[in-house]
Design a protein around this ligand. Structure first.
Ligand code: SF4
Ligand code: SF4
Length: 103
């Protein structure tokens, strides 16, 4: 298993490309994390979620960066970060690309 050095490179380069899970949304609603949910929009029909758009601005425009990457290259929501980020970089649940520090 790859040990992450927490350099933040993957977040800087690919943080805008991550996808969210339904469990991320459920957890953030339970935790009252409106600070995170303001960057998320669900696409619903008859109260059923069939799409999730994440890291969007107030107008619905997709951001080209993750809004939670700090200037120090750490994650501002580390304790409740998305499943996608939590599982990266282990290959059974890859980010978009593998860790660039592994090359
Ligand atoms: S997964 Fe790799 S690129 Fe991302 S923070 Fe860890 S060491 Fe850096
Ligand atoms: S939520 Fe955190 S771990 Fe995930 S891409 Fe953004 S800064 Fe990186």
């Amino acid at each position: 298993m790859h040990v992450c050095e927490q350099c933040g490179l993957c977040c800087e380069r690919h943080g805008h490309e991550i996808t969210l899970s339904l469990s991320d949304l459920e957890r953030w609603h339970k935790q009252g994390r409106t600070d995170i949910l303001q960057f998320v929009k669900t696409i619903e029909y008859d109260s059923v979620i069939f799409g999730i758009r994440n890291w969007i601005d107030k107008t619905g425009k997709k951001l080209d960066f993750c809004p939670f990457l700090t200037k120090n290259f750490s994650c501002a929501i580390h304790e409740t970060k998305p499943d996608h980020c939590r599982m990266y970089p282990n290959k059974y649940y890859p980010f978009i690309r593998q860790c660039e520090r592994m090359k």
